[in-house]
Write a protein that binds this ligand. Sequence first.
Ligand SMILES: [Zn+2]
Length: 408
Amino acid sequence: MNSKPTADQAFVRETNLSLVLRLIHNQSPLSRAQIAVITGLNKSTVSSLVDELIAIGLVHETGINLGGTGRPATLLEINSQIGSIIGVELGVDFISVAITDLLGKILWRKREETDPSDGQKKTIDKTLLIVKEAAAAGKKKNSKILGLGITTPGTVDTKKGTLIFAPNLHWHNVPLVSIFSESTKLKVFVENDANAAAVAEHLFGTARQSQNFIFVFAGVGIGGGLFLNGNLYRGTHGFAGEIGHSPIMAEPSQNVCHCGNRGCWETYANQYSIIQRVQARLEVKRSSIIPQLMAEQNSPLNIALIKQAADAGDKEALDSFSEAGSAMGQGFAGLINIFNPEKVILGGPLSMAGEYLLPAIKETVENHVFSEVNKKVEITLSPFGPDASLIGAVSIVADDILSHPISP
Ligand SMILES: [Zn+2]
């Protein structure tokens, strides 16, 4: 008799390994008995799956639970030391690279500003150099690199590993996975920044227990990661979630969006719109500490500076954030009406001013959502703040390991 498992048996085995591994990643520490109860698998199957995960090195025993009425049980958790992950965020005007463990804890990081006019080749070469530094830093810690994740604003073909179009970067059809895997010899993944940030929120953040939530990534543009029925929703061609380009109202005076259209939601609520709101106030000579801060810091007007003014109680800064928050809230209300999510999470660079944006967002949502139930939707800030996309880059590698635990 041939004892080699059939393809079907191997598939079922991997699916069950993944199920148990995800559960331990999500809810550890857990005992074998608890895993059996939650998954519905029988105890001997769970024991054998756990033994395999321990042999692979992804899980280890962490102690004994003496509480409860039953027999003391050995508890299991993820072995976060098994290796590390490199995450790369290709921003519009910066590159951020980090090494983390399997639980998303940052072990090393580096950020460099870029000039969008440098173009694609120069920016990618610069990124590869930082990735090499990251890999060397990982080696120093004797840590095996388990994979490399890249996030970028724009539409991404995750199967082909290609960035299709990033309007804010002006990049078209860039085969990022083949470029980076050739150079680093690592397993490489690429994902849209907001989608990846949603995965990060589910694996490491505030949505670990949520099956339906929306991640709003706000910065130069506004992107959305739709997490529906326990999975990232990609749409027919993989381009779902471009919420920032949903047309609100095309007026002749409205800014042209980077996508070429007028009336896109993001042009009312992105970081440039906030800078513009402040500028318009300063032009009519409103009293504000912002010009003084700009002179003292020899800095152009930017969000960090406007936030500083808001911290000092500057009315023009506070009103500008509040106006942008209302514009954001209108978009949030539309999403909540359509998807009826458990929560909406705001992250990305603009979330650094989240405390000034959230009250206006929540008020607008309350006034615009359709049903009473939707008024109770939780609207919250990502714990990763401006690092949402960077941790997102790490999470797409971690997600692949959790799905295919046999060869980490
Ligand atoms: Zn647009």
